[in-house]
Design a protein around this ligand. Structure first.
Ligand code: UDP
Length: 470
């Protein structure tokens, strides 16, 4: 009988990309993998996600994708975060049938689910298989999220009322309340309640796999390992098995993307790459400031520009560059820069020797990809847990600088120019580059012989093969 692992991916590229990489790890042990996915209720960049899934399953015959059927009632909530929770929860109602059916032809060793799909805990218990969480962001986020239910029951009020006052998490450094995720700002908000529900369930899984590596986040890893982050409550084992990032091939098939051809003709470490994840977009006003700042910096750039979404997640139309960018910008900068519409093969771009800095929204995959490429980061957090990531990257790890004003409205052209110049031209920027390169070497070591992630993975596989009892 074929041995199998079932993964339930969270929604969106940021969850699917590392889930596919996790699937590849299982494949290396001769396990077949079924990845369960749900289609986003709004279009988003689901075409890119379909491409990622198709490329992975055609390269790996033992990897299959299964779409869980979703039909939302007409009066479904309009908030995209709530909608995401509803869709994932509805997807979970099909888990029992899927697991039962797969068990007829294979021995299912485990159910590994995204941290927004914790409803799966009950199904796995009923079916009698071990269940694990795949945590697709940092150990710092995990350690603080695990503590939130305790913080909730021991303190009154909401983060939104605390401004920049520090929130203390055991074993971590203080995080300004304003930098906790938007969905957690108001404890009366439905998003907050849903998140708390998931956070409370995390320690009840048989273990948590985290897409990070020990030398990147030593304090948080220790807090998790020693259970410091969850005082007085039982903690489950954690396994830091990152960085799991795509290899950068497969993103465009055999066709070389125009931006890679362009990078081929640029000097080493000379290009500032700007890309803001699968969902990041800016107002027209902000894009113009960004353009002006880039132009004034005099630095070469490769910029992925999206159509302004105007708070409508379904707006994924191609950007009209002439309308979005300042008049004459494309013409004036064509020797120094390249603007790409909507999407670039980021991992491949970051690995290119011409890239000298990365302006990023601090999404966790982008962060890991930038660090693995040894590129200094300029943080510009936008949504989800990105402000927390920025605090860690800038203040704790000193692997990034951030643009001033990202939390106050529009970041000025002068600020964009200043930060780009600082990273590319100053002594401080050179130091930042050195630290980034050193961290890239550590990332490599984590999966090298005797590396911490390799060891954590070996330990996890041992537990898995023993039926979760070791
Ligand atoms: N990505 C890409 N090209 C783009 C934008 C995003 O390849 O133009 C990939 C990026 O490499 C990363 C993922 O999409 O693997 C985005 O994940 P992340 O966690 O950084 O951000 P999110 O999209 O979840 O906000």
């Amino acid at each position: 009988m074929k041995e199998r692992v079932v993964l339930y991916s969270g929604m969106g590229t940021g969850h699917l990309v590392p889930t596919v990489e996790l699937a590849k790890l299982f494949l290396r042990h001769g396990l077949a993998v079924t990845v369960l996915v749900v289609d986003p209720p709004f279009k988003g960049h689901s075409d890119d996600d379909s491409f990622i899934a198709a490329a992975a399953s055609s390269a790996h015959p033992s990897l299959s994708f299964h779409h869980l059927p979703i039909s939302l009632p007409p009066n479904s909530p309009t908030d995209p975060v709530i909608l995401m929770f509803d869709v994932l929860r509805q997807g979970a109602t099909h888990l029992r049938a899927v697991l039962t059916s797969l068990s007829e032809t294979s021995a299912v060793h485990a159910l590994v689910v995204d941290f927004f799909c914790t409803e799966a805990l009950d199904v796995a218990a009923e079916v009698g298989i071990p269940s694990y969480i795949f945590f697709t962001t940092s150990a710092v986020n995990l350690a603080s999220f695990l503590y939130l239910p305790i913080l909730h029951s021991t303190t009154p009020g909401s983060f939104k009322d605390l401004g920049d006052a520090p929130v203390n998490f055991p074993g971590l450094w203080p995080i300004p309340a304003s930098h906790m995720p938007a969905a957690l700002q108001d404890r009366n908000d439905e998003c907050y309640k849903r998140l708390l529900f998931h956070f409370e369930r995390l320690p009840r899984f048989d273990g948590i796999l985290i897409n990070t590596f020990e030398s990147l986040e030593p304090r948080a890893v220790t807090a998790l390992r020693d259970g410091v982050c969850l005082p007085g409550r039982p903690m489950t084992p954690t396994y830091c098995i990152g960085p799991l990032i795509a290899d950068g091939r497969g993103s465009g098939g055999n066709v070389k993307h125009e931006c890679i051809t362009w990078l081929d003709s640029q000097p080493k470490a000379s290009v500032v790459f700007l890309c803001f994840g699968s969902g990041g977009s800016f107002s027209a006003e902000q894009q113009k400031e960004m353009a002006t700042g880039l132009e004034r910096s005099g630095q070469r750039f490769l910029w992925v520009v999206r159509a302004p979404r105007n708070d409508d997640p379904s707006n994924v139309s191609e950007p009209d560059l002439e309308a979005i960018l300042p008049e004459g910008f494309l013409d004036r900068t064509k020797v120094m820069g390249l603007v790409v519409k909507s999407w670039a093969p980021q991992v491949e771009v970051l690995a290119h020797e011409a890239v000298g800095a990365f302006v990023t929204h601090c999404g966790w995959n982008s962060t890991l990809e930038g660090l693995c490429a040894g590129v200094p980061l300029i943080g510009w957090p936008l949504y989800a847990e990105q402000r927390m990531n920025k605090v860690m990257l800038v203040e704790e790890m000193r692997l990034a600088v951030a643009v001033e004003g990202y939390d106050k409205g529009v970041v000025s052209a002068a600020e964009v120019e200043a930060k780009v110049r600082w990273v590319m031209e100053s002594e401080g920027g050179r130091e930042l580059r050195k630290r980034a390169k050193a961290m890239a070497a550590k990332a490599k070591e984590a999966w090298g012989d005797g590396g911490s992630s390799q060891a954590a993975w070996a330990e996890y596989v041992k537990v898995l093969k023993s039926g979760g009892d070791e």
